[in-house]
Design a protein around this ligand. Structure first.
Ligand code: ADP
Ligand code: MG
Length: 708
């Protein structure tokens, strides 16, 4: 029976309900899914080395005949020894396994028989007890003449693909299934890539690309294969990028065609904006505000990403944009990633808008139900002009009277889905709200290209004037007394300090440690100083009270968990001590450090660690002491942690590439993006069919119905 990519896995030989279930757990549900599971490396099993030419220390592939095979009992462990020969010599293969793993020995005993022809692959070494005798430990092996293998072996005599095993699904089984599937596909496959693109890059068609990426032709360069640089592999990577970008391009196109609200920007509105500014905006802030204001005057909705390193002054720009929307008679929603940040934005808004007639509201989960209800009702009735909130703003019951602008702060904490949800809420038959997304952790270009292709970009590339640089020091715990001394001196000079304790999960256990540290410090070290404690398990009101007190300098030393990480803004705070800094990620440390250096006083960030830290942690800490450049830090962080971790799990679906790798394949990503956006602009003859393909692919891959 001929297979198609949509065929279920059960159409393959050897896949019953149980196998199908196991594969499904790895996200493989159809023949297509299987074919897009590429090997992560390849082995040359074409060129067999005669045993006489083997050298210790080299990896080799040997074809030989089994002389003897059987278990050998040693003192502490079981082992299985095999001797095999070709005309040039004898090679031994040995497997070791604990007594508990007798089944493994049984398996080997069932596998090997004298007289069989076998292929052994692995690193050759000299037997330490018998000089001159060569052996391979735990070799990969292949029986050539047992009669169980098909004549055209998937295991030897070719470049053999190695797949990442998935539980019970071994690399070997992947090979067999994929080989079977490839053999039973028709001679041609429908190719979803627009045909014009293939010759441009010299890419093979889809059928050929799949065949060659799994079972490369014999003369394929192994180095190229391992670097994923063969035309077949490149085509498949490109294909994946292209359809992601095409979906994003379509989304942007649709957003641009959607009806928006064309705001006016009169002189009186300009005046209103000026009136809330406590300082002269930087040139960058002016430029960015103009980009935003231009967008908001257009009849199509704004979709803009505002990037700016910590402390570059995004908040005030957001407030300026908010004024434009409110003066035009619409509502504004400001979505923050944490309650603390929401509360702080709210407080700052109250302060900045104190002499205006705008009605402001706060909505966070921790608020009493009664208050939440009231805020909801006021929002729906149009009695609030600006609401600041957390995820609570995304709840079902929230309805806006007339949302004109949605601002999402620290976007990368939220997923693309949340952004869409907020747009959906504000959507009326007549218009979509404008959307401004702000992110503090600079997003390396590679990721920005993936996640924000559908957004216009603005950048604040200048820090407000009068900032003194932050000195960053890495200090071992044994020197803590000196650090506490330093804090006392700073406080005596009128400054404030943060001490951050590593509580990542905010679990009870972890909090106990932070609370203990707080008690110890306030009792033994900072007696006489006003010390406060802030963590994620406090109620909303408690958090608000602590933040207020710190804002007003009533608290001088704030012991906190990493909840202060994003956005918190107290310019008088000049010391940031991070205990167990080795436990934090790079981006997180950069964010924490961004809490200081915000005023005119010199600031100091102290990274405290035990005497010994691991290699990766050392690299992070050293980077931090050397640079304050958020982009540099972000790039390194991406390298150290990979894209999924870098952004947190929320974005995962979007970065879960089957084949592509953002870091390795950056160039292809750039090309695919350009091609996809041009394709949408030009809409050639095959456009409709391609759009239909993307629509279905996105539904399957990202569970997003709305592409186009
Ligand atoms: P972020 O971009 O990290 O959100 P904020 O908006 O919190 O930065 O601004 C950081 C600090 O800089 C705040 O104290 C803010 O009042 C101050 N600030 C912002 N813009 C200016 C400016 N143009 N001149 C002086 N201070 C500014
Ligand atoms: Mg901010």
């Amino acid at each position: 029976m001929t297979l198609s990519p949509d065929s279920p896995l059960s159409a393959l030989a050897g896949v019953g309900p149980r196998r199908a279930q196991e594969l499904k757990q790895r996200g493989i549900e159809s023949v297509e899914d299987l074919l897009y599971t590429l090997p992560f490396r390849y082995e040359d099993r074409i060129h067999f080395t005669p045993i006489g030419e083997l050298r210790p220390g080299r990896v080799a592939c040997v074809e030989a005949e089994v002389l003897t095979a059987g278990p050998v009992r040693l003192r502490r462990q079981q082992s299985f020894h095999l001797a095999a020969a070709d005309p040039s010599g004898i090679l031994y293969a040995k497997w070791f396994y604990g007594y508990g793993k007798k089944y493994y020995g049984d398996y080997l005993a069932r596998t090997f028989r004298p007289g069989q022809r076998v292929v052994l692959y692995g690193k050759v070494e000299e037997d330490p007890y018998r000089p001159g005798q060569l052996q391979i430990l735990q070799p990969q092996h292949e029986i050539l003449s047992s009669g169980r293998e098909p004549a055209d072996s998937t295991e030897s005599g070719r470049i053999v693909p190695i797949y990442e095993a998935a539980g019970p699904i071994t690399s070997r089984l992947f090979r067999r299934l994929i080989y079977d599937a490839l053999g039973r596909l028709g001679p041609t496959l429908p190719d979803p890539l627009p045909p014009g693109l293939l010759p441009r890059y010299g890419f093979p068609d889809r059928r050929t690309a799949l065949a060659q990426a799994h079972f490369p032709e014999k003369d394929t360069d192994l180095g190229q294969l391992e670097a994923f640089r063969t035309p077949a592999q490149q085509r498949l990577i490109y294909e994946e990028f292209f359809f992601l970008q095409l979906g994003l391009a379509l989304r942007r196109q649709r957003a641009r065609q959607a009806p928006g609200i064309s705001f006016t920007l009169s002189d009186s509105i300009r005046e209103a904006i000026k009136n809330i500014l406590p300082f002269h905006p930087t040139a960058a802030q002016k430029r960015v505000l103009k980009e935003i204001a231009d967008d908001m005057q257009k009849p199509t909705p704004m979709n803009r990403l505002l990037q700016g390193d910590v402390g570059s002054g995004k908040t005030i720009v957001a407030f300026e944009a908010a004024i434009i929307a409110m003066e035009n008679g619409t509502q504004v929603a400001l979505l923050a990633p944490t309650e603390i940040l929401a509360v702080q934005h709210y407080l700052y808004a109250c302060q900045r808008f104190a002499r205006t007639r705008y009605r402001l509201g706060l909505l966070v989960s921790a608020m009493p139900e009664k208050e939440k209800k009231q805020t909801r009702e006021e929002l729906a009735a149009g009695d609030l002009d600006l609401v600041v909130g957390t995820h609570a703003l995304l709840e079902k019951q929230i309805l806006f009277h007339h949302l004109g602008l949605a601002i999402v702060d620290e976007q990368h904490r939220f997923g693309v889905m949340q952004r869409l949800e907020l747009i959906r809420k504000g959507r009326t038959a007549a218009a979509h709200p404008h959307v401004l997304v702000m992110t503090a952790t600079p997003i390396p270009r590679t990721l920005a290209l993936t996640l924000y292709s559908d957004l216009e970009m603005s950048g604040l590339d200048e820090l407000p004037p009068g900032r003194s640089p932050i000195e960053t020091r890495w200090v071992k715990e044994e020197a803590a007394a000196g650090v506490w001394d330093f804090i006392c001196k700073q406080v005596a000079a009128g400054r404030q300090a943060y001490i951050v304790y590593p509580v990542i999960e905010e679990s009870k256990q972890e909090l106990k440690a932070a609370t203990k540290e707080y008690e110890r410090l306030s009792r033994e070290v900072f007696h006489g100083l006003r010390v406060g404690l802030l963590h994620g398990r406090l109620s909303g009101e408690e958090k608000e009270a602590v933040m207020r007190a710190f804002n007003r300098s009533e608290i001088q030393v704030l012991v906190s968990t990493s909840v202060v990480e994003v956005g918190v803004d107290v310019p008088n705070a000049t010391v940031m001590v991070i205990e167990h800094a080795e436990r934090f990620g790079l981006a997180q440390l950069h964010q924490l450090r961004g809490r200081i250096g915000r005023g005119r006083h010199a600031s100091t960030c102290i990274l405290m660690t035990p005497a010994e830290v691991g290699e990766v942690a050392r690299e992070r800490l050293e980077t931090l002491t050397q640079t304050q450049d958020g982009f540099k830090i972000a790039e390194l962080d991406l390298k150290l942690r990979g894209p999924g971790e870098f952004l947190g799990t929320r974005q995962h679906g979007f970065l879960n590439f089957r084949i592509a790798n953002l870091l390795r394949d950056h160039e292809l990503l750039v090309r695919a993006k350009e091609d996809a956006f041009n394709y949408v602009a030009q809409q050639p003859g095959d456009f409709a069919a391609t759009v239909e393909y993307v629509r279905q692919l996105w539904q399957r891959r990202y569970r997003l119905a709305q592409v186009a």
